[in-house]
Design a protein around this ligand. Sequence first.
Ligand code: ADP
Length: 240
Amino acid sequence: MSVPLLTIDRARKAFGGLVAVNDVSFEVGKGELLGLIGPNGSGKTTMLNLISGALSLTSGAILLSGKPIAGLAAHKIARIGVARTFQLVRVLPSMSALENVVAGAVFGHNRLWGDEALALARDLLERVGLKGREEVPVAAMTYIDQKRIELARALAGNPHVLLLDEWLAGLNPSELGVGIELIREISAQGRTIIMVEHVMDAIRSLCSRCVVMNSGIKIADGRSADVLADPEVVRAYLGD
Ligand code: ADP
């Protein structure tokens, strides 16, 4: 079998006495779109923080193409090819949409510069639906448009793995449909994605496989249709 693109091997993160991620293991294949779900407080964001290097592991390992990445600084992991969006959008508000996305190209995996970075940023802004608004300061844009910019910025680095932390949260029903199709399109281009998401319709529609966490423990991993019908998973959500 070929080496998985991403391997999470008994990852553990304790905050004092609280074990937010409790010896969780799973693998993600190249080109896969994996859903990471679970009730509030189950450890999903902590897991993304461990993968992206925002937090260090208490024990365990995280490997990208078989090479350990845990322990490296977050900017190094970004360079190696892990990009993310945040639950609470993080953009540079005084800069334009274009400048934000150019920053993603410059500091990401591909380290583009100058005209190449600009051309890619313009192309990505068009793909996320912001053509014609490239020069608008981000502070003057809506929350949803800021999310689009964050996604374009993450893609600008041409990451091996894209981590989406509730990227669809806060979208109204018509925006949600557009957002789901955008993620589908990015996935169809071969990008490997892990998406943390509460919108179950999106998980059903986009992710053939999902991993479920509850109280820091992985309680299910498999075909989304099976996992979402698993009584233990249903119980975990009802107890939320
Ligand atoms: P989820 O994303 O599934 O809602 P989180 O990963 O945000 O869950 O949180 C998992 C648990 O870890 C929660 O109990 C949360 O309060 C705790 N936690 C998360 N980050 C920290 C932190 N920096 N310090 C202390 N506790 C934290």
